[in-house]
Design a protein around this ligand. Structure first.
Ligand code: SF4
Length: 694
């Protein structure tokens, strides 16, 4: 007999919000989910959770869920519900018509970091084997693509070096461009525990984030740099380490390329990279930079954690390489308590990159031009693969506006809302002849779609997510898909309608295929995941139990490679018309564009995006706390409510981006990272004017 309110059974699964990847016990009564309880055996969270994972799952059964496939010939037509067969047959016939008319490369696909590894793998396989091109990209393009590039260049692998528990061995923690309290709350709490035990904290961030003044866990140094000057700051830190002889020369000699180190140390050692020259560029006292460099280099085990405040810049990849340079120069890599640790925003950013959803890389970060690698996939998939990289997301938009890109399959990603310069994105979508959107809600991108395939929530899926520490964890089905098909089954149906057969009965078989073709996943299977609880890749014959710490005896690329990191100021300049710099971030109680958290009503959620403005900037504009203000940039304008706050420095304003109607992406620019096209969301020159008082 089951007591009222008591669960009858539970299923262990993984949170679908941030890159911490907390494990939960989904407790069920009949077919109903009654609560999510953080799993004490969870290897990323050890029984902890934040408000989102614990409570924000009601969106999965929200009335806004679309559960029937729909089509319409023109976007001005009303949607018509159809069968799955009709929807995928129509989509496939449009894709084929368009390829016949405009060429093989006129169509492409976008994968989502919210979907499972298996789903992402299938979409890139569909594009490569079914569409016959490499026009596949992932939403990691707009967040952590510079991490993939920068860490591969320097260390040889596109991933963070440590597990989260490693922070408990750190003596010095450097947080740059990240706000773990709000964006990675369970890891943020772990980090604070280590600070309470005596570790010392350096924060490099334009904003006075919670960690700067958190009780009993506050930062020893806060370098409140001007947005857009990360590279200048890292070069100044490196200058101090080189010029004051704080290098770990034995580590460098044993582990790094000598010629690259010589070039780098000569470069950062120049007077033009000194704190006295670059401090004013960053808006930070040179003496503070010197103190930070000495603490990082000499304070014992030093670990760096960074987030989108590093990557979403025109020099995002350069900044990532600068971070890796610092870690190598001081020997802070290759053991517990140190390392270079990207805090991934979405639950499966790491996985979506691992699974080959970049236009230049097959699963496992292997370049499409590598004939040997291509041959393995060609044999397994029974097709001929293209050797040239395909289009990145921004290139797809450009090509659509130029008339050569005509159709898109977009799974689980709302590009009309989350990509920069909304007007440009919507114009590109409008120019396409067939847009297929697969999502759980009719999102903004669906306004431009001709086919809508209903998606499944994480509660309706079997699969895996890979978190920020390369930890592969099982996602287990809690309820049947409301639309009758899981996302992986929908992709298979679309592939088969295109004439390309995919033969899987369960996602476990997809993982088996991934493991057979991806050396870093070679020993990963659902049976091994069940046995271990989770596994951190690389997991293969050399590391059958996975790899918590990377680069222990040697770097993945062999010797570590110092990269030159010249500072190039962003093109986004302040002037008399746009005198303030806007930067953006997250708040604990919302998630990204709010599609899920705003459809969950069992807790009190943060209810609007506000614009933080320093009291001096507010006063000079006659703005009071709570006033509505206009925020204008070279790209567009929007209206937000002001919060007068000393969390931001004079000349800097800040907002969150959880309410798309607030229009943060209407005002961001087209600037992007030179290496990866990751948008420069974090630096926009704006002016703020009072609109009216409430
Ligand atoms: Fe989910 Fe991240 Fe919160 Fe953990 S910290 S419960 S993964 S949102």
């Amino acid at each position: 007999v089951v007591e009222k309110g008591q669960p009858e059974r539970s299923v262990i699964t993984t949170c679908a919000y941030c890159g911490v990847g907390c494990s939960f016990r989904a407790e069920m009564k009949g077919d109903e989910l009654v609560r999510m309880v953080p799993d004490k055996n969870g290897q990323a969270n050890h029984g902890h959770s934040c408000v989102k994972g614990r409570f924000a799952w009601g969106y999965a059964t929200h009335p806004d869920r679309i559960t029937k496939p729909m089509i319409r010939k023109r976007i001005s037509d009303p949607w018509q519900e159809v069968s799955w067969d009709e929807a995928v047959t129509y989509a496939a016939s449009e894709f084929r018509r368009i390829q016949l008319a405009y060429g093989r490369d006129s169509i492409g696909g976008i994968t989502s970091s919210r979907c499972t590894n298996e789903e992402v793998y299938l979409v890139q396989k569909l594009v490569r084997a079914g569409f016959g091109n490499n026009n596949v990209d992932t939403c990691a393009r707009v967040c952590h693509s510079p991490t993939g590039y920068g860490l591969k260049q320097t260390l040889g692998e596109s991933a963070g070096t440590q597990n989260f528990d490693s922070v408990m061995q750190a003596d010095v923690i450097l947080v740059i461009g990240a706000n773990p309290t709000d964006a990675h709350p369970v890891f943020g709490s772990q980090l604070k525990r280590r600070l309470r035990q005596g570790a010392r904290l350096i924060v490099i961030d334009p904003r006075r984030i919670d960690l700067v003044d958190s009780p009993h866990a506050r930062a020893e140094l806060h370098l409140a740099l001007r947005p857009g000057t990360n590279v200048a700051m890292l070069n100044a830190l490196a200058h101090v380490i080189v010029s004051e002889g704080l290098l770990d020369q034995a580590f460098i000699d044993a582990r790094c390329e000598a010629a690259d180190f010589a070039r780098w140390s000569a470069f950062v050692g120049q007077a033009e990279n000194s704190p006295e020259v670059l401090g004013p560029v960053c808006g930070v006292e040179p003496q503070l930079i010197r103190q930070a460099a000495r603490l990082y280099a000499t304070g014992g085990n030093a670990a760096i954690y960074y987030g989108l405040g590093v990557t979403e810049h025109s020099q995002g990849s350069t900044t990532v390489m600068g971070i890796a340079n610092l870690a190598m120069a001081t020997g802070n890599i290759g053991r517990e308590g140190v390392g270079v640790n990207p805090l991934r925003g979405q639950n499966n950013v790491q996985g979506s990159c691992d699974m080959g959803s970049f236009p230049h890389e097959l699963p496992g970060y292997r370049h499409v031009s590598n004939a040997e690698v291509r041959a393995q996939f060609e044999q397994a998939w029974g097709v001929t693969l293209q050797p040239d990289p395909g289009l990145r997301i921004p290139n797809m938009f450009e090509a659509a506006l130029g008339g050569s890109f005509k159709a898109l399959y977009c799974q689980g990603e709302d590009i009309a809302q989350s990509d920069p310069n909304t007007q440009h994105v919507t114009a590109a979508l409008s120019a396409m002849e067939c847009v297929v959107v697969q999502d759980i809600f009719l999102n903004e991108t669906a306004k431009f779609a001709h086919v809508f395939l209903p998606g499944s929530s994480f509660l309706e899926k079997d699969g895996t997510f890979t978190n920020a520490e390369r930890r592969i964890s099982r996602v287990r089905k809690v309820m049947e898909p409301l639309a009758g098909k899981s996302d992986w089954q929908a992709t298979i149906a679309l592939a088969e309608a295109l004439g390309y057969r995919m033969d899987y009965q369960h996602p476990a078989q997809i993982m088996d295929e991934i493991a057979s073709l991806t050396p870093t996943f070679a020993r990963v299977s659902y049976a091994e995941l069940d046995r271990h609880g989770s596994l951190q890749w690389p997991c293969n014959d050399a590391a059958p139990d996975g790899t918590p710490t990377m680069h222990i005896d040697q770097f993945v690329r062999g010797k570590g490679r110092f990269m030159l990191t010249g500072y190039v100021p962003t093109e986004e300049k302040v002037n008399s018309r746009f005198p303030l710099l806007l930067t953006t971030g997250r708040i604990l109680s919302q998630y990204n564009v709010g599609a899920q958290t705003r459809r969950t009503d069992n807790v009190a959620w943060h209810e609007e995006d506000r614009l933080e403005i320093h009291p001096s900037d507010a006063e000079s504009r006659g703005i009071g706390d709570g006033d509505w203000v206009g925020v204008g940039s070279r790209s567009g304008q929007t209206v937000l409510r002001a919060r007068v706050s000393e969390r931001v420095a004079p000349g800097v304003v800040y907002t969150t981006f959880h309410f798309p109607e607030s229009g943060a992406n209407v005002i961001t620019t087209d600037n992007s990272d030179w290496a990866t096209n990751c948008p420069e969301y974090k630096v926009t020159a704006v002016e703020v004017t009072r609109v009216y008082q409430p």
